[in-house]
Design a protein around this ligand. Structure first.
Ligand code: ZN
Length: 215
């Protein structure tokens, strides 16, 4: 059962198409693992549609049709990820499998030291999204954030202070958060993490390694 769900504020931004792609992937994957969140997104999209339907008679500027068609064509070429119910019990939810090009066995992991691995799925000037593999019982380097960070658990669990995040749970951190998440014992932890603006590591070694791992 998912105990840490994304707040309405973020779901509304997702439904309105206001989030960078990196965060869309996390929201869609979270919703695939958590039916109440998927239902909430459906409701928010219905509300957005009703608001648009209630607006009529707006005069269009010249060229707006061409601009709209160009946007639609662009959107068709790169569809944004949509929440879908998981059809099996594999680790990667459906929206994520499209990014990886298959299942967990198809992930192209790169070592980042101490037994941890990552696979960067998408990255642009706004934000990046990556899979992280953290051995059971391992501690993440102590860090803060330059922008929002969203971490969805796909396998195992991690502890942050007094809170425990398991499969389907999402932790949201921001500029005010400083933390040292620890993978729970028992099972290696696999997370999907999106981050805007990068991380602020407090230790020297992680700071030296940071540019190499694009963290
Ligand atoms: Zn963090």
């Amino acid at each position: 059962m998912v105990t840490h769900q994304l707040p309405d504020e973020i779901l509304t931004d997702y439904a309105a198409g206001n989030l960078p792609e990196a965060f869309n992937v996390v929201v869609a994957s979270h919703a695939s693992l958590c039916p109440p969140v998927k239902n909430r997104i459906d409701d928010l999209e219905d509300i957005g549609g009703a608001v648009l339907d209630s607006i009529d008679g707006i005069e269009m500027s010249s060229g707006s049709l061409e601009a709209t068609l160009a946007k639609i064509t662009g959107a068709a070429a790169m569809p944004s990820p949509k929440p879908q119910p998981s059809v099996d019990c594999s680790v990667l939810p459906a929206p994520l499998r499209k990014y990886v090009g298959g299942g967990l066995a198809d992930v192209r992991w790169r070592s980042i030291g101490m037994g941890c691995k990552q696979s960067i799925l998408a990255s642009d000037s706004d934000a990046s999204v990556r899979l992280l593999y953290i051995p059971a019982g391992s501690e993440m380097p102590d860090h803060g954030h330059h922008g929002m960070e969203m971490t969805l658990v796909l396998q195992g669990a991690f502890l942050d202070g007094s809170e425990r995040f398991a499969r389907g749970d999402v932790e949201v951190a921001d500029e005010d958060t400083n933390h040292t998440p620890i993978a729970d014992v028992g099972e290696d932890c696999i997370c999907l993490a999106a981050c805007a603006g990068g991380l602020k590591f407090n230790g020297l070694l992680p700071r030296i390694a940071q540019p190499f791992f694009r963290l």
